[in-house]
Design a protein around this ligand. Structure first.
Ligand SMILES: Nc1ncnc2c1ncn2[C@@H]1O[C@H](COP(=O)(O)OP(=O)(O)OP(=O)(O)O)[C@@H](O)[C@H]1O
Length: 834
């Protein structure tokens, strides 16, 4: 087990040795802070100096000023934001094989020189301190190595099995400028090493265990001081292509994904200036994780977004029941949306008032007038009776109306395109896969062709040049008429994704568009769920609706947006240096770079997908569109998937990731759950994914999970009595609050979410009530899982969702059963019995 391998329990040193070691680290930390202060003063001086240059008007001086301000500002920002807990690690190393040093001043060789150890005795040749940023002293020797630098890798990678040059690894715990403690792991316990002639001591019980034992808050912490070797392999994996990471609950997948983003930026900041997108399943997980990157000094280039907020202007707030999620997430929607977008054209905009006929007004060769007649097709509110049942439709939706005929007067006569002809033109324009909104010019041209042909004018001209001239005049006369433009607007309106989604709420229309794709029941379920939206498509969206909107955006084509005006730099008019990017530009003129990234970007340099097992095919398509040129890191656990058809999702995932080569990693150690909780969860894993191996828990607390029952014994199969369930839930949550210092998560079936929030609100903010799907990725000191059977029965993936719920606790777990859980005499529900 990686963590135990790496954690040799050192001899307990006496308190005086510990104090001496803390003092020596304090001396080093003081030096580091003195140097940091010098650097901060330097940066401030540069900023001042730059401001003075701003008053000198030559373009060269201004450009130099600008670059200087930018660099000094960025440096100052990083120094200030990294100021706390700046230093956290140290390694003591043997002499390297080749004696060469890298740019950070450290020896590059990973292997010890021959003869570095003799008779199990060795001298330490190099000591490196590891911190959040690299700092060199005035002589360019490393005071601190950036955790992402190659020289820092042995701090994370060395194990007693493969120690390389590392003799001792030390984690330094500090607060602000004060060193509080040190924890050592000896990588070569058999070697007696000396540093400056004195024997190297080992202090403490291992940093990892200390980190894991701490109480949890509502936000995730970085793990920079205790990254384990198998995690480090993922974090530092080369960025090219696709890095796939699998691992059970608590193996650090999310933590690793976040640290990898910071590592990639360190490795190649220029390349990833293109932006890194981290896709998270829920806003709760975004809120839980978004503090980690700033704590690593990185945020500007990284956007963390929930699946339900990937489309600008959309924010998922509603939940679909599992049956509806299955329809909306399925790749069948791709075809259905294409049909709906094309079908929605027929509905067109509500008719404008029919224009009056104005004969022969215009002069010129082709005198014409237009008459477009709008005829409303059968009202969709006309409830048809099918199979003896009436189909319901929305009374509030306006009846669709599309122009059924186009009539123009030209060359003194009427030319008319009837409904069939217009339909044929529309079909011809729509052939192929081009976005519907972008086909309007083509449709317009086809209409003009048809009118021209019907006018018979072409026959009057034998000279092709004259014919072309006449045609040009004909086109111009028709197209400049407001009536014609109005006809076109109504007959081929610019469709919006929301408008099409709203149109799909009409069951009769949806049934037509979904022929051979959905069955009648699915049509009814889908239409009903879309009735949450008003006729413009506004209203509460679900996370699945957002992927549909994104798909529709592609099917329809992006509406043309006016180019973004460049933010004015007050210096522009003085210098004419329009091409120079300024500090204000780069910082978004007051808005943070991160805000701008989130608003504008749809294509990223690297995409990290967390909880990838949950993405539906339609969500993979949405995420794939954001990383067409990107490299990828995809982390997930099939055993935690809440999506019912993993094969269908795998096809969509392959399409999104493309043919780029893949590199796979597996994480095997569970850092979250104590062994007692992991063992219980493993029983559900065996039911949910027979044969799948659970990760190994790294620690044990001696506290077995507790089983409690709701007092509703006579309600065997049905839902428990609400009052009894509320009472038991609150009592168990209160009990857990008394047992742990940090947070308590109460997980209930999705349809009890609102209820549970009400029940638990009086207990304060250390308690969180979560629907089963919301628990994804989160963790709490203690968890209460309410009615495992209700959670498992919620959907075809219910057992996997239950597995997620049971693996959220870092210390204690209580399972509360109701009658339908069929608990035995000890309160253990049927699903969790051996
Ligand atoms: N090397 C480490 N040092 C200290 N803590 C760690 C380490 N690795 C993971 N952890 C902690 O273990 C917990 C689980 O990590 P994380 O949430 O990243 O796991 P996960 O694999 O994403 O879990 P899940 O699949 O259940 O969402 C977190 O509290 C994390 O900080």
């Amino acid at each position: 087990m990686a963590a135990h391998n790496a954690t040799h329990a050192p001899d307990h040193a006496s308190d005086s040795v510990r104090d001496r070691e803390i003092e020596s680290e304090q001396t080093h930390l003081d030096r580091v802070y003195r140097r940091l202060e010098e650097k901060i003063h330097e940066a401030e001086f540069l900023m001042d100096d730059a401001a003075k240059r701003g008053q000198v008007g030559t373009p060269g001086a201004l450009a130099e000023r600008d670059a200087q301000v930018f660099q000094a500002g960025a440096h100052l920002h990083r120094l200030n934001s990294e100021y706390e807990d700046f230093l956290f690690g140290r390694i003591d190393l043997l002499l390297g094989k080749d004696g060469k040093k890298g740019p950070d001043g450290a020896f590059t060789s990973l292997e010890p020189a021959d003869g570095a150890i003799e008779d199990n005795r060795a001298a330490i040749a190099e000591t490196l301190h590891i911190g959040r940023l690299g700092v060199l002293d005035a002589e360019y020797s490393p005071l601190v190595i950036d955790w992402r630098a190659p020289a820092a890798a042995p701090f994370y990678r060395a194990t007693p099995v493969a120690p390389g040059r590392v003799v001792r690894r030390r984690v330094i715990r500090s607060k602000g400028r004060k060193v509080l403690g040190v924890e050592d792991d000896l990588m070569r316990p058999e070697v007696t090493a000396t540093l400056d002639g004195e024997e190297l001591p080992a202090v403490g019980d291992g940093a990892l265990m200390a980190a894991l034992g701490r109480a949890r808050s509502h936000t995730m912490r970085d793990i920079v001081a205790s990254i384990q070797a198998e995690q480090d392999m993922v974090i530092r994996a080369p960025a090219a292509s696709v890095t796939e990471v699998e691992g059970g609950p608590g193996t650090g997948k999310t933590a690793v994904a976040l640290h990898r983003a910071a590592y990639l930026l360190y490795q190649d900041r220029r390349r990833y200036a293109g932006g890194i997108l981290i896709v998270s399943p829920t806003p709760l997980l975004v809120a839980y994780t978004e503090g980690v990157l700033p704590s690593l000094g990185e945020e500007g280039q990284v956007a963390i977004r929930a699946l339900g907020s990937l489309v600008d202007g959309a924010e998922a707030t509603a939940y679909d029941p599992p049956a509806v999620s299955r329809i909306k997430g399925s790749s069948r929607m791709q075809k259905l949306l294409r049909k709906a977008a094309r079908g929605a054209l027929e509905l067109a905009a509500p008719a404008a008032a029919a224009p009056e006929e104005a004969d022969g007004a215009a002069g010129g060769d082709a005198q014409l007038s237009l008459e477009d007649l709008f005829t409303a097709p059968a009202q969709n509110g006309d409830d048809g009776a099918r199979n003896g049942r009436r189909t319901r439709s929305r009374p509030s939706r306006p009846a669709p109306a599309a122009p059924a005929r186009l009539r123009v007067v030209a060359f003194g006569g009427r030319i008319e395109l009837d409904a069939d002809e217009l339909h044929a033109i529309r079909q011809s324009a729509l052939s192929g896969t081009a976005p519907v909104n972008l086909l309007r010019p083509r449709a317009r041209r086809l209409i003009l062709d048809a009118l021209w042909t019907k006018s018979g004018a072409a026959r009057r001209y034998t000279d092709p040049e004259l014919a072309a001239e006449a045609r040009e005049g004909f086109d111009e006369d028709i197209t400049t008429e407001t009536d014609f433009q109005e006809f076109l607007d109504a007959w081929w309106p610019e469709l919006s994704p929301r408008g099409v989604l709203a149109a799909m709420a009409d069951e009769r229309l949806l049934g037509r568009w979904a022929r051979r794709l959905l069955n009648q029941r699915e049509v009814r379920q889908l239409a009903r769920s879309l009735r949450r939206l008003d006729s413009t498509g506004h209203g509460p969206l679900s996370v699945h609706d957002v992927a549909l909107l994104d798909e529709l955006q592609m099917v329809l084509g992006a509406p043309l947006r006016p180019p973004r005006p460049r933010e004015a730099d007050p210096l522009d008019h003085l210098t004419g240096l329009e091409e120079l990017s300024t500090y204000a530009d780069r910082n978004g003129g007051g808005r943070s770079r991160r805000e701008r990234l989130e608003e504008e970007r749809t294509d990223y340099a690297h995409v990290i997908v967390d909880e990838a097992q949950d993405l539906t095919p339609m969500q993979w398509r949405m995420v794939g569109r954001r990383g067409r040129q990107a490299t990828w890191t995809v982390v997930g656990d099939p055993a935690q998937s809440s999506w019912s058809d993993p094969d269908e999702a795998a096809v969509a995932r392959d399409e999104a990731l493309g043919t780029r080569p893949r590199r796979r990693f597996t994480l095997t150690v569970n850092y979250r759950n104590p062994a007692e909780i992991a063992a219980l969860a493993a029983r559900v894993l065996a039911l949910a994914m027979p044969g799948m191996e659970a990760p190994k828990a790294v620690r044990s607390t001696g506290l077995e999970p507790r089983f409690a029952c709701v007092a509703d014994g006579d309600r065997k199969a049905g839902p428990p009595d609400d009052a009894a369930l509320a009472e038991a839930t609150v009592a168990e949550a209160e009990r857990l609050l008394g047992q742990v210092d940090g947070t308590v998560g109460v997980v209930v079936a999705m349809n009890r979410r609102a209820q549970a929030r009400r029940w638990l609100a009086p207990l304060g903010d250390r308690v969180a009530a979560l629907g089963s799907l919301e628990a994804k990725g989160l963790e709490y000191d203690a968890t209460l899982v309410v009615s495992p059977a209700e959670i498992a029965d919620e959907s075809p993936a219910g057992l996997r969702v239950l597995y997620v719920a049971l693996t959220r606790a870092t210390q204690q777990l209580t399972v509360l059963s109701a009658g339908r859980d069929d608990p035995d005499a000890a309160g253990v529900p049927d699903l969790l019995r051996d």
